[in-house]
Ligand binder design. Structure first.
Ligand SMILES: Cc1cc2nc3c(=O)[nH]c(=O)nc-3n(C[C@H](O)[C@H](O)[C@H](O)COP(=O)(O)O)c2cc1C
Length: 272
């Protein structure tokens, strides 16, 4: 039950950040789990329509369908928490989007663990990598949604995932990004954009940079094709693939999913 959360200590090692970092947490568009509490009831809902709205003071927005139970909860409570799940909660996120808190206690259904917030009453969710607490300052009806603007009252992060920006480190520390349907992704690397110096001819420098990027993309594609080819060969020989191998490849920037290997397999692809 989420209602025990007020007695649960925050996970070890999480750190405070300035409220102004809320905008940074939402950069990159990770899917959020929004939690609410009202008169002893708690609720949790995946939300992908969110955005920073103001830097000073830090205000973030979430668009919630007018008919959602969450909209009713927030209208009463005038507060909400944004929890950013890691990829370990992939299946939970999708499942939570199929249930309504009006009929189901989603914390009971998923057994997600919670802990005590710092400034509001809605529970914070363990297994997430960043947490933003908000007090509603405006609610704008926009078509069939309500845009709740929340003044940020606390930001906490797992420093393995987020420093002053998303680190894109070990796969399990990365946030999840919702694409559509039941499809999600994670960020796979960080690139640094460079701009021409004042002394350089910008159109030439930019043309060169495009060529460099194309070359890097080609190399990455070739490395991936080679890795997939080797794994498919293993599968063809009837060997199973240890999921740790896929994680190791992901760490070196080569994302290979079971789907890449299944079409050539005779059966089981992933080991044990
Ligand atoms: C990944 C994902 C993202 C979603 N994003 C939003 C969103 O931004 N706004 C919204 O109103 N509903 C969104 N939904 C749908 C709600 O999560 C879903 O309707 C939920 O069951 C509503 O729960 P409630 O009735 O307890 O509020 C999303 C669902 C998923 C799976």
């Amino acid at each position: 039950m989420a209602n025990d959360y007020v007695f649960n200590q925050p996970p070890d090692g999480i750190e405070d950040r300035a409220n102004a970092s809320a905008g940074r947490v939402l950069l990159g568009g990770p899917v959020a789990l929004v939690t609410t509490a009202w008169r002893g009831k708690t609720n949790i809902v995946p939300i992908s329509w969110h955005m920073p709205l103001s830097a000073k003071p830090p205000i973030v927005g979430i668009a919630v369908g007018q008919e959602r139970y969450t909209a009713e909860m927030i209208q009463h409570a005038q507060e909400f928490a944004i929890n950013i799940p890691s990829r370990l909660l992939l299946h939970h996120v999708q499942y939570l989007g199929t249930l309504s808190g009006e009929h189901v206690d989603k914390f009971e259904a998923t057994q997600l663990e919670t802990f005590v917030p710092k400034t509001i009453t809605a529970p914070l969710v363990k297994g997430c990598v960043a947490w933003i607490e908000c007090q509603v300052v405006e609610a704008y009806p926009v078509g069939d949604h309500i845009l709740f603007a929340g003044l940020v009252t606390s930001v906490q992060v797992d420093p393995q995932s987020f420093d002053d920006r998303w680190l894109v480190g070990e796969p399990e520390t990365r946030p999840l990004h919702f694409i559509a349907g039941n499809r999600y992704s994670t960020l796979s690397g960080v690139m640094e954009a460079r701009v021409p110096q004042a002394s350089e001819a910008p159109e030439r420098i930019l043309r060169e940079r495009v060529a460099e990027e194309l070359e890097l993309t080609r190399e990455a594609r070739e490395r991936r094709e080679e890795a997939v080819g080797e794994l498919r060969e293993e599968v063809r020989r009837g060997h199973s693939i240890d999921p740790a191998t896929l994680d190791d490849l992901a760490k070196s920037g080569i994302e290979v999913s079971a789907d890449d290997l299944i079409d050539l397999s005779k059966g089981i692809v992933l080991g044990e």
